[in-house]
Design a protein around this ligand. Structure first.
Ligand SMILES: CC(C)(COP(=O)(O)OP(=O)(O)OC[C@H]1O[C@@H](n2cnc3c(N)ncnc32)[C@H](O)[C@@H]1OP(=O)(O)O)[C@@H](O)C(=O)NCCC(=O)NCCS
Length: 180
């Protein structure tokens, strides 16, 4: 389909280009684009055998690339994470993964902080997540809650409906309007 001469001008979007990758050592976090799908898939699946992340396919990631953010260093992508908006009030943080060779570099912290900022921009009230490493997320003000405290429709659609389980994971929640 060709765009007509009267089509509205689209807002300029700052799509990161390969030539804009940060200098070595510097880490930038940005929204993902479809061409990041292969690298995001590598990052997420690096931890799937240990059950720390849910294994995902490249096609699934590409189709949902708007949910993802990536942390980029001069030598490529070193971390990713996703914000899945469930309702105007509730979103889930998913697929937080740092390259095994880059853990401890602060990339995980940058990605979670970026996703929390993004959720505030979207005026989300609460963030939830399922994790095997609650101590990491407690650093960002998440607290453990009982699975029964999750909205039933969220459990049915976002967890059971996607073939996921709460078993063996800690359910955590963060109210975004809280100051800490
Ligand atoms: C957990 C993970 C995201 C942390 O990212 P990272 O870049 O290695 O961590 P950072 O360097 O940003 O660390 C930030 C803080 O979290 C702490 N931390 C890091 N990993 C942790 C863990 N597994 N458990 C508890 N705390 C952790 C660090 O000690 C640091 O604490 P400090 O600020 O008091 O010094 C990363 O190691 C990872 O991808 N792990 C495997 C996948 C995973 O478990 N993802 C979560 C899915 S819900």
């Amino acid at each position: 389909m060709t765009r007509s001469a009267s089509a509205p001008t689209l807002p300029k979007v700052d799509v990161p280009l390969a030539s804009q990758t940060p200098p070595a050592g510097q880490v930038n976090v940005r929204s993902a684009v479809p061409r990041d799908a292969a690298e995001i898939c590598r990052l997420v699946n690096a931890w799937a055998d240990q059950g720390l992340t849910l294994r995902r396919t490249q096609e699934e990631i590409r189709a949902n690339s708007g949910e993802f953010v990536v942390a980029e260093r001069g030598d490529g992508l070193i971390a990713c994470g996703a914000l899945a908006v469930f309702s105007p009030a509730l979103a889930e943080i998913r697929s937080i993964a740092v390259d095994p060779a880059a853990t401890g570099s602060g990339a995980g912290r940058l990605v979670v902080a970026f996703l929390m900022d993004l959720a505030r921009v979207f005026e989300i009230d609460e963030l939830v997540l399922l994790t095997k490493i609650p101590a990491f997320f407690a650093k960002f003000g998440f607290r453990s809650i009982s699975p029964e405290d999750l909205p039933r429709v969220f459990v049915e659609e976002a967890i059971a409906g996607r073939g996921r389980t709460i078993v063996g994971r800690t359910v955590m929640l963060r109210e975004l309007w809280r100051e800490d």
